[in-house]
Design a protein around this ligand. Structure first.
Ligand SMILES: Nc1ncnc2c1ncn2[C@@H]1O[C@H](COP(=O)(O)OP(=O)(O)O)[C@@H](O)[C@H]1O
Ligand SMILES: [Mg+2]
Length: 259
């Protein structure tokens, strides 16, 4: 591990109280290399059940790649992703869900998008209908249930994608810049859905460029730079008193340029 500024556990002198909650997801020496280029190096992380982790860092730092690896969408070329202590596999992946920056919706109505996702999870009949109504209401989309998903506004689409992911009752939800192209009202609606989901026990891992959002949602913060962890720690500490150069640059509103 190099250039790592970390609060816990390898630097006990600056450690906050260790969190006793179960480690839901762990990466050990995680890396990804393609065409001789190492895009992600030596990522060691522990995501605890019920926590909210925010990942920040400049474009190309490897944030989306890290999410994809943790979600098992791609396989690592180095290291491991452990889910509840075992190698992440197809069964483990069923307990995970992901929301992308640009929502991926079916060419069907808002309601049918939910119906399909719940059907894949084995829900049917009255129970499924109930879950659909609940999800539409949570997204504030009950009145748009029969509208084709792809004609909904950006904010409505992202709310639909978020409640669709949550309707599958995952243990962990990954979100990759879910509000990057949304206005403040839509952003607030998505943030509320995320906080409610977390209050109901769903573990959150969110990528954002928005320091305000990181502060509102984050408990742990991971700062990635050039495919490596530059710094990790409690979100408020990393945002206010950053120890690494890239995180300091973000706080100070400067462009970080590596020497
Ligand atoms: N499957 C892939 N094959 C080749 N290069 C990739 C792949 N995925 C990501 N990259 C490259 O890895 C780097 C990190 O990408 P990404 O994780 O999307 O960055 P971020 O989300 O932090 O902006 C970029 O240089 C990107 O072009
Ligand atoms: Mg990205």
């Amino acid at each position: 591990m190099r250039n790592l500024v970390q609060d816990t556990p390898s630097a006990p002198s600056i450690t906050a109280m260790p969190d006793a909650r179960e480690v839901l997801l762990e990466t050990r020496g995680l890396g990804f290399e393609t065409n001789g280029h190492r895009l992600l190096f030596d990522v060691d992380l522990k995501i605890r059940r019920g926590s909210r982790t925010v990942i920040m860092g400049p474009n190309g730092a490897g944030k989306s790649l890290l999410l994809r690896l943790m979600h098992g969408l791609i396989s690592p070329t180095h290291g491991d992703v452990l889910w509840r202590g075992h190698a992440l596999n197809k069964t483990g992946r069923k307990d995970q869900a992901m929301v992308f920056q640009r929502p991926v919706l079916l060419r069907r109505s808002a309601k049918a998008n939910l119906k399909f996702a719940l059907g894949v999870r084995g829900e049917k009949g009255e129970k499924r209908n109930g879950l659909i109504q609940k999800a539409l209401a949570a997204a504030g989309l009950s009145h748009l249930a029969n509208r084709p998903a792809r004609v909904l506004s950006g904010g409505e689409q992202q709310r639909l994608a978020t409640v669709r992911a949550l309707a599958c009752q995952p243990d962990i939800l990954f979100l990759d810049e879910p509000t990057a192209s949304l206005d403040p009202t839509s952003t607030a609606a998505i943030e509320q859905l995320i906080l409610e989901a977390n209050a109901n026990g769903i573990t959150i891992v969110l990528v954002t460029h928005d320091a305000g959002q990181a502060s509102r949602l984050g408990q742990e913060l991971i700062f990635l730079q050039d495919g490596e962890i530059a710094e990790t720690g409690p979100a408020q500490r990393v945002l206010k008193i950053p120890r690494s150069a890239p995180a300091r640059a973000l706080r100070d509103g400067q462009l970080y340029v590596k020497n």
